[in-house]
Design a protein around this ligand. Sequence first.
Ligand code: F6R
Length: 242
Amino acid sequence: MRLQVVKAEAFGARAASQAIETLQRNPHAVLGLPTGHTPIPLYRTLLAKAAAGAVDLSQMRVAMLDDYLGAQHGNEVSFYHWLQEHFLRAAGIGDDRTLAIPTRAETIAADCEAYERRLREWGGCELLFLGLGRNGHIGFNEPGSGKDTRTRAVRLSESSRAANADYWTENAAIPEQGVTMGIGTILEARQIVLLVSGADKREILRRVLEGEPSAEAPASWLQQAPQALALADEAAAGRPAE
Ligand code: F6R
């Protein structure tokens, strides 16, 4: 995995440029997308570029990265709802072009297999964006997640549940389990961009880039992915932009 450091004000534009180049090569490309604070500048920039006619989002397809087990799509506390609100609706990307992470507890194992099958039928992720959890997670692959894991239900750590609380209105109940694209599934994406911003991610980013790859910090598996780029702002990287 390579590291590129950019100024905070260039973070969204640099991430968006990778999506735009990918879509210019293949307008039908499947982009894997996360939720959370970090990708917001990416989504804002992509929507602004689409409005200005600089990119065509009318055929791109989206594979969601993760969600809460048991989340209802209409419910505010679901990543599906979050992605609708922050990107999909404004981009005009409907359910026919969105591969949602399954959330139905009763059938989750079979539904995760169907998600993987569908992703393969779509040709896999051409470009997958990820955020980095302070405990080293990517998606909801919490510490302990091995390199070969596939899309599955997982128990969320208390630190991840606490970090997720401020995505929603005060006192929202954060589910105890999530569903996530596995590390093995993530590593199959043809381009991966790990988005990292803010000084509070500096220590974990250093571990992820320099520590021995291990399940203790699942994002460290990306060291073994030559197609992966860590895109960090100066605060997260702890050094000036190139
Ligand atoms: C969310 C996701 C998580 C977040 C990570 C960082 O879909 O997959 O792994 O990317 O927790 O979250 P933020 O960006 O809110 O710091």
